[in-house]
Design a protein around this ligand. Structure first.
Ligand code: GDP
Ligand code: IMO
Ligand code: MG
Length: 423
């Protein structure tokens, strides 16, 4: 069997959680392959709203297997809080959630280091989610990390060694901190974690594929936050791109089937870093208000702007996207006109690619399209789409070269319209 991958094409928060939940009935397994509790994936159905951070978004649809892969970094304290809230709401996790023993653990001192490094950067800070993501991946790559599987062995000594190393760094940065409460909830989290299926998830997933099970891999963050291909250094610390599904789950590249690339009908970014189509005017505020663009993890206001087709084309190329999914077009329902960035102007020249040295001198080149000025949130079929909206879809498909197979018209599971279903 092939595995399908669903991932964000912009700067995160595209609506991955919602669509994974919508697609889950077609799969047997949903697996997260990178990132950690920096993610906030929102799902809404039957009047309920959930925000998932580390647990895959397939957890609500029947008895599907959900896997937290080796590429993920896990904070036991946050995981416990997230899992207990789901269990309290009647969702049994222990039978169907598998966690890789090779996933790395976010320690309390990783979170403090995240804050300390940001403080040291001052004006240049990344604006991280403060969850210890960077320091944990740093320890992984420098071969100093603690893994989930370690908690089943002689864990105390390894923990103490890592903590000591982190504390030396914190001292050298003159950073004040208090670990007492963080450590207590963390160790409670470790004990809680032991109740779960801690597995070699690469075997688990390949065995499932061998017997014909269908797997959907759920990305976190977005391509423009990828550590290699994003707007470095204003990125996260993992490979958010399709290749990350291979390394983060132990899936061979020739197993990849469909690659679902998901994007908003406009663009947002939370945290610092370049954002060529960012709007600083009333329109930006309007998108922010209508789209409720506030971070699901940190509550921070998201920066808003027009859709950026230069960045989207780049993301589609890097990921080998085979199907596109457009989210949140309802946010633009009341707009008379809509802009789409088709190129950048840099040093007096027009370019159609995402440049290495992207900075404030890069200006978007826009085309203006007619808005549809229709409330689409209750529509049930594409037959109801206004003409201008169809023109917008056609324009995007021509520009991007990939079909838009799903259009999302609201946060609820039910506000989702599929296209090209006859194939
Ligand atoms: P993720 O991180 O990619 O899963 O996205 P987030 O959950 O962080 O952010 C997406 C936000 O938009 C959430 O609040 C969703 O409930 C909401 N959302 C998802 N799809 C739509 C849509 O089509 N229209 C509107 N208005 N909101 C949506
Ligand atoms: P989901 O999965 C949006 C951003 C942070 C910061 C940068 C680095 O919900 O789409 P980190 O804490 O990862 O070291 O922060 O990445 N960021 C996200 N932005 N959505 C996310 O996840 C994000 N995860 C990290 O704001 O700019
Ligand atoms: Mg999010």
């Amino acid at each position: 069997m092939k595995v399908d991958v669903l991932l964000g094409l912009q700067w995160g928060d595209e609506g991955k959680g919602k669509v994974v939940d919508v697609l889950t009935p077609r799969y047997d397994v949903v697996a997260r392959f990178q990132g950690g509790p920096n993610a906030g994936h929102t799902l809404e159905f039957e009047g309920q709203k959930y925000v998932l951070r580390s647990i895959p978004s397939g957890i609500f649809q029947g008895d599907k297997v959900n896997i937290i892969g080796n590429g993920v970094v896990l904070d036991p304290a946050l995981f416990k809080a997230e899992a207990e809230a789901l269990e309290a709401a009647g969702h049994n996790l222990k039978e169907r959630l598998f966690i890789s023993k090779k996933a790395h653990l976010i320690m309390p001192t990783h979170r403090i280091l995240d804050a300390a490094y940001e403080a040291a950067k001052g004006e240049e800070k990344v604006g991280t989610t403060g969850k210890g993501i960077g320091p944990t991946y740093t320890d992984k790559v420098s071969r100093n990390g603690l893994r989930v599987g370690d908690i089943l062995g002689h864990f105390g000594e390894k923990y103490a060694q890592a903590k000591k190393r982190h504390e030396q760094t914190l001292q050298s940065l003159n950073f004040e901190y208090d670990l007492t409460e963080l450590e207590q909830t963390w160790f409670e989290g470790i004990e809680y974690l032991k109740n779960f299926n801690l597995v070699d998830s690469e075997h688990e997933i390949n065995n499932l594929l061998y017997v014909g099970k269908k797997v959907l891999c759920e990305g976190a963050q977005g391509t423009m936050l990828d550590v290699d291909f994003g707007s470095y250094p204003f990125v996260t610390s993992s490979n958010t791109v399709c290749a990350g599904a291979c390394t983060g789950l132990g899936i061979a590249p020739n197993r990849i089937g469909e690659v679902y690339g998901i994007f908003k009908a406009y663009c947002t970014r939370v945290g610092a870093g370049p954002f060529p189509t960012e709007l600083f005017d009333k329109v930006g505020d309007q998108i922010c208000t209508l789209g409720h663009e506030f971070g699901s993890v940190t509550g921070r206001k998201r920066r808003c702007g027009w859709i950026d087709l230069v960045a989207l084309k780049y993301s589609i190329m890097i990921n080998g996207v085979t199907k596109l999914i457009m989210m949140k077009s309802d946010v633009l329902d009341s707009f008379a006109t809509i802009n789409a960035c088709i190129a950048y102007e840099m040093d007096g020249k027009e370019i159609d690619y995402f440049p290495y040295d992207i900075n404030d001198s890069v200006k978007p080149v826009y085309v203006e399209l007619a808005g549809w000025e229709t409330d689409m949130t209750k529509m049930k079929s594409e037959d109801e789409f206004p003409e201008e909206f169809n023109s917008y879809l056609t324009f995007l498909e021509e520009q991007l070269g990939v079909d838009i197979v799903i259009v999302s018209l609201g946060p609820d599971r039910a506000q989702t319209i599929e296209r090209y279903t006859e194939e």
